[in-house]
Design a protein around this ligand. Structure first.
Ligand code: SF4
Length: 85
């Protein structure tokens, strides 16, 4: 778990395709995916590497992904389109 950043996801709102997309988008390798089980994996050891580029937040369905800035009590939330919309 990150000291400065914690990332959370609504597993029901992130499809396997979206998990693949997020994995390829993130420049610091925070995400991974598992085709057989939990689609989106957030690597706790990588969370503090987040550079707040917002690529994941722009892509993930609105409200499905959140980046918590633990050092200033602020949360950024995804704003992308729903997977089926
Ligand atoms: S904001 Fe950028 S660096 Fe942080 S998790 Fe999202 S894609 Fe990765």
């Amino acid at each position: 778990m990150g000291i400065f950043i914690r990332i959370s996801a609504d597993e029901n709102a992130i499809t396997q395709d979206m998990a693949r997309k997020l994995t390829s988008l993130c420049p610091v390798d925070i995400f991974d995916f598992d085709d057989d089980g939990q689609p989106l994996i957030i690597k706790p050891e990588q969370e503090d590497e987040c550079i707040l580029c917002r690529l994941c937040l722009d892509a993930a369905p609105a409200g499905s992904l959140a980046i918590h800035k633990l050092y200033k009590q602020e949360t950024l939330v995804s704003t992308g389109q729903p997977a089926n919309g």
